[in-house]
Design a protein around this ligand. Structure first.
Ligand code: PBG
Length: 337
């Protein structure tokens, strides 16, 4: 029988792709990627007071009262989650145009970090560096004449970094997308003897509508008054630009880089990982959480299966780890098999 030129040698019927898929053991043998609790960073919200508060646009997610956050962290740690990321819902009366609360050593974030590190010194604690939780403009930087100014914001970010590190934060994660902030923060850390602090750069962070529920959670949405962050966060249309951003952040001293959002941007993760081969993370953001959660709560999706599949997508794309609100649920499922 003659082969047509389009039929590669070894094709069907010699090759049957389904053979490897036939058994559970054979599927496990050929499996290329794996998700473990080691891959997860759990973002948590903290608030003042003694009562946890639900976040209505993120069912199942709460803002932890600062006194309860160490216990929550302990649960995550017991499940094998290596690190937790803290986001404060700063009381409205403390938000100012200059965002001074960001470098108050007793602000909500710093207190939460101290609580967690006291209870769990061997758990990684990560803090965002950006002004939006503290700023009465709702922007990640300081606004002057209607514009988010870069260099003055970077100085503020350095101050914010130092109070967080002095509270015990292990990983500083600048999420503001100002130019030059990684280098400036690294220099500020070194000048104060904080050489061991890790920097995870939100290197390719896009101006995204998927952050909506997060802005509810930290109560910054009202302050932003419908404005976008298009003058500092990246345009969703761009991919080469992400590589330039990542290259700069590595050069400026980032230890790890992050792409954000996650699921609609996994092509960026793949390019970053292939090009630079550095520890690469993605943020499975609040809107992605809400999408799957609301769909599952309404019977459209199987929650347990869909969250593990989504996390596998991140690993397959090249992520070393994922920031995800699913972290605790996923870790529990991974333990239960
Ligand atoms: C703030 C910040 C944002 C997120 C993390 N840090 C929102 C924003 O840039 O407006 C988003 C996280 C999420 O949506 O889960 N700089």
């Amino acid at each position: 029988m003659s082969r047509g030129p389009s039929t590669p040698v070894g094709a069907f019927p010699q090759t049957r792709m389904r053979r490897n898929r036939r058994w559970d053991w054979s599927r496990r043998l050929v499996r290329e990627n794996v998700v473990t609790p080691d891959d997860l960073i759990w973002p948590v919200f903290v608030c003042e007071g003694t009562e946890d508060e639900p976040v209505p646009t993120m069912p199942g997610v709460v803002r932890y009262a600062v006194g309860n956050v160490a216990a929550a962290a302990g649960e995550a740690k017991a499940l094998g989650i290596p690190a937790i990321a803290i986001f404060p819902a700063t009381p409205a009366e403390l938000k100012t145009p200059g965002a001074e609360e960001a470098w108050n050593p007793d602000n909500l974030v710093c207190r939460a970090v101290r609580e967690i590190k006291n209870a769990h010194p061997d758990m990684g604690v990560m803090c965002d560096v950006a002004l939006d939780p503290f700023n009465s403009d709702g922007h990640d930087g300081i606004v002057r004449n209607g514009h988010v100014v870069n260099d003055e914001t970077v100085e503020a970010l350095c101050r914010q970094t130092l109070v967080q590190v002095e509270a015990g934060c292990d990983i500083i994660a600048p999420s503001d997308m100002m130019d030059g902030r990684i280098g400036a923060i690294r220099k500020a850390l070194d000048a104060e003897g904080h050489q061991k602090v890790l920097l995870m750069a939100y290197a390719a962070k896009y101006a995204s509508a998927f952050y909506g529920p997060f802005r509810d959670a930290i109560e910054s949405k009202g302050f932003l008054q419908g404005e976008t962050k298009d003058t500092y966060q990246m345009d969703a249309a761009n991919s080469d630009e992400a590589l330039r951003e990542v290259a700069l952040d590595i050069e400026e001293g980032a230890d790890m880089v992050m792409v954000k959002p996650g699921m609609p941007y996994l092509d960026i993760v793949r390019r970053v990982k292939e090009r630079f081969g550095v520890p690469t993370f993605a943020y499975n953001v609040s809107g992605e959480y809400a999408m799957l959660r609301f769909a599952a709560d309404n019977g459209a999706l199987d929650y347990d299966r869909v969250i593990l599949e989504a996390l596998m997508g991140f690993k397959r794309a090249g992520c070393n780890g994922v920031l995800t609100y699913f972290a605790v649920d996923a870790a529990r499922l991974l333990h239960d098999g």
